[in-house]
Design a protein around this ligand. Sequence first.
Ligand SMILES: Cc1cc2nc3c(=O)[nH]c(=O)nc-3n(C[C@H](O)[C@H](O)[C@H](O)COP(=O)(O)OP(=O)(O)OC[C@H]3O[C@@H](n4cnc5c(N)ncnc54)[C@H](O)[C@@H]3O)c2cc1C
Length: 492
Amino acid sequence: MSNNISTQHNFDTIVVGSGIAGLSAAITAQQNGDNVAIVERAPPDERGGNTRYTESFWRMKNENEVSEDFEDRFAENSGGWPDLSILEDLVRDKENQPAVLRSLGVVDPNLIATIAEEAPKALKWLKTFGIKFDFLPLYFLSQSTTRMGPIGGGLALVDALGKYADEEEKITWFYETAARTLVQDNFGSVTGIKAISKNNSPLELKANNIILACGGFEGNPEMLSHYVGAQAQFIRPVSRGGHYNRGEGIKMALDIGAAPCGDYGSFHAQPVDPRSKDWEPVVLNYSYGLLINDSGLRFTDEAPALVDSTYEAVTRIIMQQRNGLAYAVFDKKLDDIHNWNATVRTRVPPLESNTLEGLAEQMKIDPAEFLNTVTEFNNACPEVNTDFDPLNPDGLRTEGLSINKSHWSRPISTPPFRAWPIICSNCFTFGGLKIDENARVLNTEGDIIPGLYAAGEVAGIYYRTYTGATSVMRGAVTGRLAGADAALRRNN
Ligand SMILES: Cc1cc2nc3c(=O)[nH]c(=O)nc-3n(C[C@H](O)[C@H](O)[C@H](O)COP(=O)(O)OP(=O)(O)OC[C@H]3O[C@@H](n4cnc5c(N)ncnc54)[C@H](O)[C@@H]3O)c2cc1C
């Protein structure tokens, strides 16, 4: 075991992380003539972070255009209630915008427009590695937008791009090595990183450009408690890949004065079965039944609209319940819904009983409280439910409850009764760094930090509700922008 710091000097660009953002950045820089290294925390057979496990849907209506609602949805979710007196300077050209605006924690509309414009180009570029895109089935029975995905999902992206990087050793890899700190020269330019390799061996690498593509902080309980709050103890990454993302990319850049962007207190939430060992074991049938917390009470409208556009908000409310747990409860009528199994990806069977009391016992919930909740709900359901339509918001709404259910309300009355436990999982965190349209990181004074780029989850672009099926796209686009700009710096 050695504590000597080993230093290597010979890279134009170092990319930290090898998910879609890191691979896109590294290969683009390499294709533009850079000598590139990738520093990756995982061993080779687990490279690829979250990207390795994603279905990788892209919010597109065809291979040439993003979805109709793309920019509107981003605009709705671009910040909290930003100061309009500062935002009004967005109409000025970049050079004349005040620093307070350039570094403001809201998403620059120009960046979103760039992602929309660049997404089809990124998709075409990915096809040059043999990847094919199509409209693929996913775990919603109906959707509020259009989504396409690569055949084989994110793993196909990691495998195809990784194969290219490996062939003829086009890119130098440092596996099982975690970047920790950025190195700067006296002029403020970033010139390298300090990292830690196996057996606690420090390593320092130098380069003209550092591209941070090492994900969010979904795998870092300390940062999650700090930013998300005490209930963070009940959430976990939705896949194994998320455990590798511990927020160092964000932290090391903030430490040298980078401007934050994206909602640090929030993350993309998905409802999963805590009993499952699979990745992304979602339980997305709950809008047809009831959600009950471990006090035996309903606590939210289970069906405010189509589940694909509302599950994130509902799942965050599950996180707020005691023990961060809820149960999705159904009676036999769940089987009326054609293909409902597609909405449930846990392979652990549900709890099941022929009586509601028996189900309560299995859920370890007070039977009297549970029976009372179900009876109240049943009495509030519409008497006639022949309009029940699982594919569209059908307006079958309860009346008179303190929390009504807006659609698909039918009594829970016919055995067998079933229940799936649900917790909130963390797909990826929203807080990150503010970047410009070339993925260059801005400092808190609104100026570019020379030599520093952020791509993928490290670049914060989400507030409130995740604009679904845009994170892999963000990674590919910002990675390519960073790689191309980094290579330009070598030439200038
Ligand atoms: C199950 C699942 C389903 C999803 N579905 C979709 C979807 O359909 N559409 C969509 O757009 N998005 C989806 N997402 C989200 C999306 O996949 C990710 O946000 C995106 O792939 C992240 O890409 P990235 O390159 O930024 O990070 P990652 O792919 O997570 O890669 C980060 C890499 O950095 C490495 N790393 C971390 N820290 C360090 C360090 N300090 N030093 C060195 N290396 C480090 C990690 O090991 C990892 O390899 C899904 C995610 C999951 C898990």
